[in-house]
Design a protein around this ligand. Structure first.
Ligand SMILES: [Zn+2]
Length: 458
């Protein structure tokens, strides 16, 4: 058992004073405001729930900052970035995946994420001809060593585009075939213990409606809905995908998905950048979560999500760091709002439920992230996972702020995160702002990053 005394703690009802939090077997068992600290308590200034990172491709942490120079054609787009990403993907073996993912997960913990949905389609180890579990085991080990809560989302990838027969050569390691894929999902699901101390759960995913046939998508979605597990899919990230869906299915992507699948609360629509007004309304009404990844979407030139319209229809959102060009949930929320401000030339756009845009964005991401990972209930409540973040209350970023503006400060003036400690499943994984295994994690990552950079130059 562990006990924490917080001068300030963010409860579902708002910030509370002098809160004692007791944890046992990885969960919070009592949360009581207006208590004096007991001798055994860890004394914290400011405690808040950790956020879920609802969309991650951990291996892409090895690409951050490596695709920012103009190519000889001068025409750089998502699709030219994707060629560089495939070069990296095909240089990743299980050991490199483990050390790169461990670094990404350690960075997430230090930034305020305590759980992650790993959208994993790099299934085949180099040289293997079917789906093997070595790449999954590398992800699992990386998450366990970092101490982050992992929702493993194995993702089906079948073909290079609408109507094609199979993957392109550079996508061969993604595509085991739907039967082998479903066998992998069942094998992994059978091995997961539902013990509350375990930090591993499973969802399922389809890469996109362009990379998966309608028939196979139905198989994947049936598994998700029958097992009540999270179902994740990239959708409408790029205008080209919208144009191709219109040509192939005579429907826009989100419209087609909603007509062909039983999309409900266990679904996570990643990006959903390009929706018309009817799709926005229907996606919100479905109860699914839309996962927004503003730093990646900006980096790749995807476009801007119709945030205000979607929130006015009571749409649910989560955030993800996706390509890991940035690992900072507050930066994701900041840029979610800033994109809207730049386009509308107004301020405080994400204020449908609350007058404070930082607070509204944080609270929506907390709820939607928990939904996207199938973790309930969210926040600092009894019986929830003991996943929380302790901040230095005297940090200049928080100085002078009160209960109304503290979350606004974290979202908008958060050039760095004043983290003191992080707990996941009742265990401290960050102390004094440092990840518990920062030394070997960074060293192994640096070796892998140098080897990959050398291979890319060769
Ligand atoms: Zn993605």
């Amino acid at each position: 058992m562990k006990s924490i005394h917080a001068k300030k703690a963010l409860l579902p009802t708002g910030w509370a004073d002098d809160v004692r939090i007791l944890t046992e077997q990885g969960r919070m068992t009592a949360i009581t405001p207006e208590q004096a600290p007991a001798r055994e308590d860890w004394q914290a200034d400011c405690v808040m729930p950790g956020l879920a990172n609802a969309h991650s491709h951990a291996f892409q942490r090895g690409l951050a900052g490596r695709t920012e120079q103009r190519s000889p054609s001068g025409q750089d787009t998502f699709w030219t970035w994707r060629e560089r990403m495939y070069e990296l993907a095909n240089a990743i073996d299980p050991e490199r995946l483990r050390v790169i993912a461990r670094q990404a997960y350690a960075e997430m913990l230090c930034a305020g994420y305590t759980s992650v949905a790993e959208f994993h389609y790099l299934h085949r180890s180099p040289g293997s001809d079917g789906v093997d579990t070595a790449m999954f085991k590398a992800i699992r080990k990386a998450a366990a060593d970092a101490g982050i809560r992992l929702c493993y989302v194995p993702v089906l990838y079948e073909r290079s585009g609408f109507g094609s027969d199979g993957p392109a050569p550079e996508q061969a390691r993604f595509a085991p075939g739907v039967d082998a894929f479903m066998q992998h999902v069942d094998t992994v699901a059978d091995g997961i213990d539902d013990d509350s101390k375990a930090l591993l759960t499973i969802g399922i995913g389809a890469h996109s409606i362009r990379a998966v046939t309608a028939e196979s998508l139905a198989v994947v979605a049936a598994w998700a809905n029958a097992n009540r597990r999270p179902m994740h899919i990239h959708i409408a990230e790029q205008q080209r995908e919208v144009d191709q869906a219109l040509a192939f299915y005579n429907r826009r992507p989100v419209r087609w998905l909603l007509e062909h699948c039983d999309v409900g609360e266990n679904w996570c629509l990643v990006h959903a950048t390009h929706m018309d007004a009817d799709e926005v309304e229907a996606a919100a009404a479905s109860g699914a979560v839309v996962c927004l990844c503003p730093s990646t979407e900006a980096n790749l030139g995807d476009g801007l999500f119709a945030l205000r319209d979607y929130l006015e229809h009571d749409g649910r959102i989560a955030i993800g760091s996706d390509s890991h060009i940035s690992i900072n949930p507050f930066e994701e929320l900041r840029w979610l709002e800033y994109g809207q401000r730049l386009v509308t030339r107004t301020r405080n756009v994400a204020t449908v439920r609350d007058a404070h845009s930082g607070r509204e964005l944080y609270e929506r991401a907390l709820e939607g992230g928990a939904q996207a990972l199938g973790v309930s209930p969210p926040g600092l409540v009894e019986r929830a996972h003991a996943d929380l973040v302790c901040l230095y209350g005297e940090d200049p970023m928080l100085a002078g702020h009160d209960d109304r503006t503290r979350l606004d400060a974290l979202v908008f003036s958060g050039y760095r995160f004043p983290v003191e400690r992080v707990m996941v499943g009742g265990r401290w994984v960050v102390k004094a702002g440092e990840h518990r295994r920062a030394g070997d994690t960074r060293g192994a990552f640096a070796s892998a990053a140098r080897a990959l950079a050398g291979a890319a130059r060769a």
